[in-house]
Write a protein that binds this ligand. Structure first.
Ligand code: G3H
Ligand code: 13P
Ligand code: ZN
Length: 311
């Protein structure tokens, strides 16, 4: 059933788990998110970026995701991820999204507040919930690419939440988007996330839902598979599962995962093509990719997010 992010995040925040926001781009990924959530009796968020909308077109994509959420027996929300303009948020709300993120993090503090407030005021009329962002993650945030991250300044969070009226807040504590999150030498541990900043934010906005972006673990099994079957992804590193589990038990109650899904799809499709070079039926490579995606998402719900068995 289709619900808002707020419906999912308030209980998650209270009970100490996180809901996965999984990025989708096509039918296979939507089906995989919905099936894994159903199997694991887990809430889930279907996340759609502006570039996913550009790729598939809003009329198609909104119908596919709406069908996925509405026909599912577990609560799911339909969320615009990294919305970059008021107009896009409005179009997604008109198309039936139950939640939108307005990402004003690349703007000045005051401009971020102004834009976010404008979206909140519009969304309220339709019972749609809104996520804002403070602080900048390195990597690709849709069309906006940032080379350097700026940690969230905890001194701003209370004022931002009050003045914008957002329902949840994405913060920057050392994660980044994509499959190359940290520069580490082989065998070296990745630097820990800034849990001190998270705790300070939590202290300033007690009980408020906090969101972690850039939270793929960049699972080595799939990187190895990609490299074994003709790919070339060297030095790909993500956030260790242990750190995500720690975050999920804290004020972080929404965790965004995109790259891990991309890696699964790529790895399985490469394997099929390497082992069966004559295969040309898309269902014969997209099908196994979807099955593996379901396994990976189910594992996230169970062992990383703690959202399995919550519905
Ligand atoms: O933050 C979201 C992404 O991982 C970037 O996704 O390529 O669909 O914009 P995108
Ligand atoms: P990853 O690139 O770590 O999967 O991050 C995804 C994300 O934050 C989507 O908003
Ligand atoms: Zn993100």
């Amino acid at each position: 059933m289709l619900v808002t992010n707020k419906d999912l995040l308030v209980p998650a925040r209270r009970k100490g788990y996180a809901v996965g926001a999984f990025n989708i781009n096509n039918l296979e990924t939507v089906l995989a998110v919905a099936e894994a959530a159903t199997e694991e009796k887990s809430p889930a968020i279907i996340a759609v970026t502006p570039s996913a909308i550009k790729y598939a077109g809003l009329p198609y994509l909104s119908k596919i995701v709406k069908t996925g959420a509405e026909s599912s027996s577990v609560p799911m929300s339909l969320h615009l991820d990294h919305g970059d303009t008021f107009e896009l948020c409005k179009s997604c709300i008109e198309s039936g999204f139950s939640s939108v993120m307005i990402d004003g993090s690349s703007k000045s503090y005051e401009d971020n507040i102004k834009l976010t407030r404008q979206v909140v005021e519009y969304a309220r009329q339709y019972d749609v919930t809104v996520e804002g962002e403070l602080g900048v993650l390195a990597g690709i945030e849709d069309e906006v690419q940032s080379e350097h991250s700026h940690y969230t300044d905890p001194a701003q969070v209370e004022d931002f939440v009050k003045r914008t009226g957002v329902d949840s807040l994405a913060i920057s504590i050392g994660t980044s988007h994509g499959a190359f999150k940290f520069k580490v030498k082989p065998g070296e541990e990745v630097p820990p996330l800034r849990f001190d900043i998270l705790e300070e934010c939590e202290r300033r906005i007690p009980g408020f839902p906090i969101v972690l972006h850039g939270a793929s673990s960049v699972l080595t099994d799939y990187i190895d598979m990609i490299n074994k079957f003709g790919g070339k992804m060297e030095n790909a590193v993500g956030v260790p599962a242990g750190q995500l589990r720690k975050a999920a038990k804290s004020a972080v109650c929404k965790i965004n995962i995109d790259s891990d899904g991309r890696l699964v799809m790529t790895a399985v499709i490469r394997k099929v093509f390497a082992e069966k070079p004559g295969e040309f039926d898309p269902r014969k490579y997209l099908g196994p990719a979807r099955e593996e995606l379901i396994r990976m998402y189910a594992d996230k719900n169970q062992n990383v997010l703690g959202s399995a068995g919550r519905v």
